[in-house]
Design a protein around this ligand. Structure first.
Ligand code: NIG
Ligand code: FE
Length: 415
């Protein structure tokens, strides 16, 4: 049995509050305990309260624990990143320069670069190479306080490579401290061999890929965008995925307003992603249907686009989660702390809302709220100690990694 860990005297943002995706006022529920204390045992959270309460409860057991004095520091749950493309081959720094010279993201993609370039590099990479590259990124996620990550396939766009990506993620979920949740995204672009024959690719995806990949994934995502997949094609793919037990997610309204938010509501998607150009009707439909908005402010910044209307979505009753979108083209970052800062700066979330969006709501977006996203008895002992005195300071001091230590399943993995 490993030794227990007792963290004392912290500003403890437990994020305990309303059950299920939070919006409006509930998005500010931090379950804050000043001079808070948490006891980690056997990989789980065993007790939470004020330091005085835990001192009473564990009066005769303090010798069993490694005691951490966190006076003047913040403690939060491990952050959850609910949207990444982390398992990819190669990199695309040349495109970054091209875009700065004025070539658009979609023009690069339509000319065979972008997602297609990463598809080629991912097809070429061996499973071992992908494991090695992805491990480095996951290590870096952990260093930034992230303990649960969703990862999408979608750089294969043929059965063989989609399976390779999903197997790599399965292996890393088992071997790496981070919990990695898998999403199938075979419809991430139209592979060049199917250009002009998009419906044939949709048939291939539904008939040939879905039956093979379904047991390796929990979610099914599609890039619903002009010149990629239409809402009709996206709907077919997502409905077919449901028959294999995959829950829909949608890359929606990222570049143009295209009915993606509306479609997310129609198919009962758990979340819709990006939403930079979501219509007012789409936002309303999402609020009514309970679709979580997974917003990616680092991607908007990196593409030099106006961020999504996070403030308006929360005020309209949409539950908002935030994510890095970690990928080699539109957001090559693993920094959820930066994403929280940007959620405040570019989408006018409050510091409390940004923290809920990166923890509890993010866990809801990948169906992990039963075990992650808040510090509550019985949940995984996924905990971050930050070198700041408060949750406000975490969002205020921007562009810095404030992580002091991270525990994953009760084991110290950083610091
Ligand atoms: O979420 N928009 C589509 N997919 C990714 C980008 C992937 C890439 O450029 O490699 C995104 O931004
Ligand atoms: Fe994405």
């Amino acid at each position: 049995m490993t030794k227990s860990v007792w963290i004392k005297h912290a500003q403890l943002a437990t994020i305990k509050g309303q059950q299920g995706p939070r919006s409006k006022e509930a998005m500010s529920e931090l379950g804050l305990i000043e001079d808070g204390s948490v006891w980690l045992e056997d990989g789980k959270i065993a007790a939470v309260g004020t330091t005085a309460e835990l001192e009473k409860k564990f009066a005769d057991r303090s010798a069993d624990a490694e005691v951490i004095d966190a006076k003047g520091q913040l403690v939060t749950p491990g952050l959850v990143d609910p949207h990444t493309h982390v398992a990819y081959g190669g990199s695309r720094e040349g495109e970054f320069e091209k875009r700065l010279q004025g070539v658009s993201y979609m023009d690069i993609m339509n000319a065979g670069g972008g997602i297609h370039a990463t598809m080629r590099m991912t097809r070429e990479a061996t499973e071992e190479e992908l494991v090695e590259q992805t491990t480095k990124r996951l290590d870096s996620f952990l260093e930034h306080g992230v303990t649960t990550v969703e990862g999408k396939s979608g750089y294969g766009m043929n059965l063989e490579t989609e399976l390779k990506q999903l197997k790599v993620m399965k292996k890393l979920n088992a071997e790496h401290p981070i919990d990695l949740v898998s999403t199938f995204m075979g419809a991430h672009a139209v592979p060049s061999e199917y250009k002009g024959k998009e419906d044939d690719f949709v048939d291939y995806l539904i008939e040939t890929m879905l039956p093979e990949v379904a047991e390796l994934a929990e979610f099914n995502d599609v890039f619903c965008e002009k010149n990629v997949y239409t809402p009709e094609q996206s709907e077919r793919i997502l409905e077919a995925g449901k028959k294999h037990g995959l829950t829909p997610k949608i890359h929606a309204d990222e570049i143009v307003s295209y009915g993606g938010a509306e479609l997310a509501a129609k198919v009962g998607a758990i979340s819709a992603e990006h939403l930079l150009k979501a219509s007012d009707e789409g936002i309303e439909a999402m609020a009514d249907a309970g679709v979580i908005a997974c917003l990616l402010p680092a991607t908007a910044l990196y593409l030099r686009e106006e961020a999504a209307q996070g403030r308006k979505m929360i005020d309209s009753g949409v539950a908002v989660a935030i994510s890095t979108d970690c990928n080699p083209g539109s957001s090559p970052t693993v920094s959820m702390p930066l994403v929280m800062n940007l959620a405040c700066i570019s989408m006018r979330l409050t510091p409390a809302e940004a923290l809920v969006a990166a923890t509890y709501n993010a866990a809801c977006a990948i169906k992990r709220e039963d075990r992650a996203g808040s510090i509550e008895v019985g949940k995984k002992a996924d905990i971050v100690l930050w070198k700041v005195k408060s949750y406000q300071e975490l969002q205020y001091l921007f562009g810095v990694n404030h992580v002091e230590s991270v525990w994953k399943n009760g084991e110290k993995v950083v610091g």
